[in-house]
Design a binder for this molecule. Structure first.
Ligand code: C2O
Length: 561
């Protein structure tokens, strides 16, 4: 752990001063300065104090409430933003997406909601709305290049938080990555929140909300017309031109167009059912795995992130290896469609919470709640925000147009019930196969520690297939699909219970090898396949993209309550 003290400067500065940006080499109050020994007593962060003092103070003489060993990710120190390195070539990246520096930040308090912002479905938006949105984006593009609210600066916010350009505060050997972990939903919510407020401010409309691309509904499964108009400021030339309207958005896209175009819509609907219901019963499976200070980036993505979300990024981006703009983390924010896409991801978070009824809707772990990030707000002030403030979009002052949620009824059906494939396949058992490279289809028998479980048992515990030690290069698009007890072995048919989901990852600008994991809920799937009494399941891993570059460390069944 680094020994440092932070004097959080909470003073507000007049607006005139705040829009003045320091040069990159200027000193910054927010920096984690090893030599700084003063603490502002009105507003200090006890954990930093404890770190700084080497744990000298005990909890009894400190007024703060943070637990001593909490390790939430902390807002990065912008002065330590680096270009990052391409780990394959050892060369620095050819883009620099570090933000402008500011002399201080303020802790962001959610402003009282006077008027709700309204986020319309993009395919239902009115002409007047589109004109406003276009005007706002035009103004954003016209801001001075070093204004943090400028269009490219805003795009770079995504690049910086996603390309390992920030050190973790408290562990300088590790970097910040807000994807493939439990910060995926909250970080992007904040990112859109300020983007939306900046646009609204530019057109002087406090009710302005971003449009959402309703790709989970057949009505919205083409690129919304407003983004596809080449005369509009919303247009981006760096897209896959085969995917302009009327091409149907493929939520299972993996670099190649669907073999059976008529299957795209039924596939999309069953995929959504899996991501939002079947495989998303546990918080971690929906949100992604825990990631805190001291953890390596990419502990594991949630269902929506690795599925429909990633697919739509690569479906929109150019059909090249690096997939600009939408298909690569560093450039995704340069396409206005990113914000329509993520407004839908953000909406799906709210939908998922609504479908939960009385079940827990978010983590209560302070390592999640107390995580902080820095953003520039609509007044170009640098603000520090907390994950714990993102849980309810209404409190954040915006709501979504109500639309149908058709996929709730699209539970995939078994192709073969009571399949005997696990006992006749002759596939090797899991203990003899790993690690295995996915340069070909791999079939494994995975033992089930418990079988014929009672209804109560199943209510208490979800049986999960844990695929661990997924070793991939972050510079390439990779994807593999997972099937259970599948007899027909047609990797192009996904609207069946035997299809259990995917792992996929967008390329990053910088290349490094990461090890990650996913979990797939099996309770409902095994019931549908009627194989709950079986001792083994047959797992088929089908490489879809970049398989020669994927190694799997192990697969096992776990039970989680
Ligand atoms: Cu930050 Cu959709 O990616």
């Amino acid at each position: 752990m680094a020994a440092f003290l932070v004097s959080w400067s909470i003073t507000t500065t007049p607006l005139a001063k705040q829009s003045h940006f320091a040069k990159r080499n200027a000193r910054l109050n927010v920096s984690c300065d090893k030599n700084q020994t003063e603490i502002s007593h009105e507003n200090f962060d006890r954990r930093n104090l404890l770190l700084g003092m080497g744990g000298l103070y005990s909890s009894s003489n400190l007024p703060s409430i943070l637990p001593a060993f909490a390790t939430p990710i902390e807002a990065p120190d912008f002065t330590k933003c680096s270009r990052g390195t391409n780990l394959n070539t050892g060369q620095p990246l050819d883009v620099n997406c570090c933000p402008p520096l500011s002399r201080e930040f303020i802790d962001y308090k959610l402003p009282p909601v006077k008027k709700m912002r309204f986020r319309p479905a993009a395919h239902l938006a009115t002409k007047e709305y589109i004109a406003k949105f276009e005007k706002a984006v035009e103004l954003m593009k016209a801001l001075p290049a070093d204004d943090p609210r400028n269009f490219m600066q805003q795009a770079n916010v995504h690049c910086a938080y996603c390309n390992l350009t920030y050190e973790q505060v408290g562990d300088k050997d590790l970097r910040i990555q807000i994807h493939n972990c439990w910060h995926f939903f909250p970080w992007h919510r904040w990112y859109l929140y300020f983007y939306e407020r900046i646009l609204g401010k530019l057109i002087d409309d406090p009710t302005f909300g971003l449009p959402f691309w309703n790709w989970d509904n057949p009505e919205g499964m083409v690129m919304p017309a407003m983004f596809a108009n080449s005369n509009s400021p919303l247009y981006d030339a760096r897209r896959n031109l085969n995917h302009l309207p009327p091409a149907i958005a493929d939520l299972a896209y993996s670099g190649k167009d669907a073999k059976h175009p008529s299957k795209i819509i039924p596939h999309n609907l069953t995929l959504m059912y899996r991501e939002m219901i079947r495989h998303a019963r546990h918080l971690e499976d929906f949100y992604g795995a825990k990631y805190s200070t001291g953890s390596k980036p990419n502990p594991g993505p949630g269902t929506v992130e690795r599925g429909s979300h990633t697919a739509m990024h690569s479906w929109v981006g150019e059909a090249t290896r690096t997939g600009e703009d939408m298909g690569n983390f560093y450039s995704a924010g340069r396409d206005t469609l990113f914000f329509g896409h993520h407004a839908n991801v953000d909406r799906l978070w709210t939908v998922w919470q609504d479908l939960r009824g009385s079940k827990a809707k978010h983590f209560t772990d302070t390592d999640w709640l107390d995580t902080t990030f820095l953003f520039y707000d609509e007044n170009a002030r640098l603000v520090r925000v907390k994950v714990g403030d993102t849980m309810d979009n209404i409190k954040l002052g915006y709501d979504f147009q109500k639309v149908d949620i058709p996929w709730q009824k699209n539970k995939p059906k078994a192709h073969v019930k009571k399949s005997k494939i696990a006992s006749t396949s002759g596939a090797p058992s899991a203990d003899r196969v790993f690690p295995v490279k996915l340069d070909k289809v791999v079939k494994i028998l995975v033992p089930r520690p418990k079988k014929s479980r009672s209804k109560k048992d199943k209510e208490n515990e979800e049986e999960l297939l844990a695929i661990e030690g997924i070793d991939v290069d972050t510079a390439t698009f990779v994807k593999f699909d997972v099937f259970i007890n599948d007899e027909d072995d047609d990797p192009y048919v996904l609207d069946k219970a035997e299809y259990a989901g995917c792992f996929s990852q967008l390329p990053h600008k910088n290349s490094s090898r990461v090890k990650t994991k996913i979990r797939l809920g099996l309770n409902e799937l095994l019931e549908d396949l009627d194989c709950e009494d079986d001792e083994y399941i047959l797992v088929t891993l089908v490489p879809i993209a970049g398989g020669e570059d994927i190694t799997i460390g192990g697969i096992k069944i776990i039970y989680v309550s």
